[in-house]
Design a protein around this ligand. Structure first.
Ligand code: HEC
Ligand code: HEC
Length: 405
């Protein structure tokens, strides 16, 4: 955390994380090479992007309403320059003897499935995994995923996602993605340009590793509340904690609606990094069925309020559906209709900037990431077998293609 006097409403430029080293393929002149704004953004959108970019990196302090429990102090701590990690969230769940099926009895975890390790504002008891091994608690981690290009993800038509799910339901192989229907859990946003959902509305979940949230403002409010202990008009209540502390050092609601919308709009306006073409890569990607789940292109809404990403083909390489990825990737956590073994197809965006892959960063090369899809019971097992049967040079072409996305 920088020693400067950062505060919620006046983000100094110096609070931004240092730019990561640039590579030869990325012109240094564009500044931070990862999280650049979308092409054809308006002047007003570029200003929103810059304000949001700064706020995203600002660490919040006690006086800003941090805590009473929290995990990290800024969005950027877990999504550095919009990419994966380094910060992560630990999850915990009581499982049955098979190690992956959640137990019906979760009473050993009265404060839920999320670990909240850090304390402030008079709290004295963090929420940590119980140490008693006989309780059979599975502890896993979710590393903050890349948030690049997520405006496109938000803009994708519901009917596109439903169409792809219906097509997969007719397949004769194992690939059968499902929509996570989720409840909009925030209060209504006063800025109704992006949506006018009310608390309790049922939406298509498209954000989060298990597709547990439908809109970017809801996600931002959830992240502020859940990861940082920052309440907002969308999520006005501190989450339950062992000390029963109901507020922090900033009385009442900690940040404004505008502050939520500034961060959400930054995420909405981040570009999908430009792709280089890899000869034959796309054909191999389709041939071994990667593209069945990592659907290259999905159509966006005509009425999405950011004109540059409305009514266009969003090249997200995801169907945004849940897939049963088998027991090796299972984490024991159910999120809405997502089960322990289900994960949302990761959008393949900005992969050339990532150093680790999969929800918990367990893969350190792309080839590992692919092979780890193929565990027992995974819908992707056939695709991984087809990949493994390719010649060495075909594999290299396919990996180069994925690494260029
Ligand atoms: C402690 C680490 C941490 C902090 C702090 C954090 N995030 Fe996240 N973020 C995560 C993790 C982990 C996930 C995946 C969560 C899940 O699926 O349950 C995630 C997911 C997201 C997503 C969804 C991405 C996708 O592909 O669906 C968005 C958007 C996001 N975060 C935005 C934010 C914003 C905005 C902030 C600051 C207000 C923030 N995050 C703070 C760890 C963090
Ligand atoms: C059945 C659907 C399905 C198929 C088929 C599939 N994937 Fe995936 N892919 C997923 C899901 C779901 C995840 C997220 C898993 C996780 O994080 O644990 C994922 C994650 C990834 C990631 C990691 C992305 C990141 O941000 O860490 C890469 C790379 C990837 N897939 C490439 C491929 C390639 C290449 C193929 C073809 C050989 C393929 N996938 C086939 C569903 C699929």
């Amino acid at each position: 955390m920088p020693a400067c006097s950062s505060s919620e409403n006046a983000p100094p430029a110096s609070a931004l994380p240092a730019p990561a080293p640039t590579t030869a393929s990325v012109p240094a002149s564009v500044g931070d090479p990862f999280d650049v704004p979308i092409d054809h953004a308006t002047e007003a959108e570029l200003r929103l992007f810059a304000t949001g970019d700064a706020l995203f990196g600002v660490p919040l302090r006690d006086a800003d309403g941090l805590g009473p429990l929290y995990t990290r102090t800024s969005c950027g701590a877990c999504h550095a320059t919009g990419l994966r990690g380094p910060g992560s969230v630990q999850k915990m769940v009581v499982v049955l003897a098979d190690g992956v099926t959640p137990s019906a009895d979760q009473s050993a975890l009265p404060f839920g499935h999320t670990v909240h390790p850090q304390l402030t504002a008079g709290a004295t008891s963090p929420v940590l995994p119980p140490t008693d091994a006989s309780l059979n608690v599975k502890v896993t981690s979710r590393v903050g995923p890349s948030i690049l290009g997520r405006g496109y993800v938000e803009a994708i038509l519901d009917s596109e996602i439903e169409r792809v799910a219906a097509e997969q339901a007719k397949r004769t192989d194992a690939i059968r993605g499902r929509i996570n229907h989720v409840i909009y859990a925030s209060e209504a946003n006063t800025d109704t340009r992006f949506h006018s959902h009310r608390k309790g509305d049922v939406l298509i979940g498209r954000f989060g590793l298990k597709g547990r949230i439908g809109t970017l403002d809801d996600f931002t409010a959830d992240a502020l509340q859940g990861d940082m202990g920052i309440t907002s008009p969308l999520r006005p209540v501190e989450f339950a904690n062992p000390d029963g502390v109901k507020d922090d050092l900033k009385p009442g609601i900690d940040v404004t609606m505008e502050s939520i919308n500034i961060r959400s709009n930054y995420v909405r306006l981040t570009a999908i990094p430009k792709r280089e073409s890899v000869i034959n890569g796309a054909a191999l990607f389709a041939q071994v069925k990667c593209s069945a789940c990592h659907v290259p292109s999905m159509r966006t809404r005509k009425d999405y309020p950011i004109a540059a990403i409305a009514d266009t083909d969003a090249i997200v390489y995801s169907d945004l559906l849940l897939h049963d990825m088998g027991t090796d990737l299972a984490d024991g956590i159910a999120d809405g209709e997502a089960t322990s073994r289900d994960w949302r197809t990761s959008p393949l965006i900005g992969l050339r900037f990532l150093k680790t892959y999969l929800h918990d960063s367990r893969a350190t090369t792309l080839e590992q990431a692919v092979l780890m899809h193929g565990g027992p019971g995974s819908e992707a097992a056939e695709a991984v077998a087809l990949f493994s049967a390719l010649t060495a040079s075909e594999k290299a072409t396919l990996i180069a293609f994925v690494g260029s996305l």
